[in-house]
Design a protein around this ligand. Sequence first.
Ligand SMILES: C[C@](O)(C(=O)O)[C@H](CC(=O)O)C(=O)O
Length: 420
Amino acid sequence: MNKPLMLTVMIESEEGLANIEEIAATEGVDVISVGTSDLTGSMGVNGDFSHPRVTEAWQKIAAAAKRHGKGLRLGGVKKPDSVLIRTNSIGWNFVVERKYSTLKSAKDLRPPLHGGSRADGGEMERATTRLRSIVARSKLTMAPGVADAMAARVVAKEGYEALYMTGSGTAAVRIGLPDVGLLTMTEMVDNAERIADAAEIPLIADADTGYGNPLNVMRTVRAYERAGVAAIHIEDQEWPKRCGHFAGKALIPAEEMENKIKAAVDARHDSDFMIIARTDAYSVEGYDAALERAARYVEAGADVIFVEELRTVEQLAQVPQRFGVPALYNMGGSGKTPFLTAAEIEALGFRLVIYPNFIMRAAIAAMQNVLRELKSTGSLEEVLKNISGYDERHELLKLPEMIELQRKYGISAVRYGKGS
Ligand SMILES: C[C@](O)(C(=O)O)[C@H](CC(=O)O)C(=O)O
């Protein structure tokens, strides 16, 4: 079969309605179709299309389809206009029609890409929507940590589906200092924007404490949203915060953090932009208190939960089971949190794992090796065997695409590579 198939699933029972989130999250499903007549039968309001529960059902299904980037078809609808009026409050452009054949492809139904367009003029899925559907799958997604746009390109090229902007890495790369609350919100957002621009995959970013009280958090959320970030994590440390794996942390009261989470949720413009609540309570108040805080932050509206610095598999195993929202595993490099494999983390039920500083540490070691070899031998012979090639680097940095654009817009085109 050469032609790609479009997979449409039909919701026509209360059971389907109850499980819509999982159905919409299923990989391979392109379009959700509502069999409205049968659905009204199953709901006990046979044929009553104007019943408020029917409108509610359409809205719930449409919202799930939107969240997971799926197309939507409302079937059995007799008065399309009235349906459009009643459901357009969810802001989703859907198709009301009676024949599948007029639907070209699920991609045509997707909302436009956040802040961008594709070279072929087509629409792209937003990074936020993409990340939400990734996290809704019942499997683990690995998000390697980066602190600059070039590293983002390396990660995307290696075929990862998501990326993490590490705050500690950002402090390291931007000011050469550790993660002790030195960077401001605007410096973090500026870094995130450059990474998100280069990333090509959804970016989860560190937003420390949200940089102040709930009103500051609102500005922070909007700034990260504008930067093209797909999700941020906010933690309950006092300012100046410090790396979660350092000793001597202090916390804000749980109630204040709940208000920060509520403010974050209220501030986002894009409902797919995810707020990840992080609690640093474990080493300050103990395990039970950390889980209690996590539960309160989920109740306040967090989309994903991140309990920092847990030490044992037994402790970690509770987190994905307990809160009814996806859980994030921080593979911090300190060794306090066990160095589990991705398969082990997935088996515990986590949906996201971040590897904040491993690439950066690899780069430090690689830089030292080059410098030491060069200093002791004065020769590049050994060095050249172990570094990225000259052309490889330029391909990573999209020079071929830039040359195409130079040609297209009448700029004298760069030449590179051997012999040119
Ligand atoms: C996740 C983290 O906030 C980060 O900045 O990457 C750090 C990671 C680290 O420095 O090990 C953390 O506080 O855990």
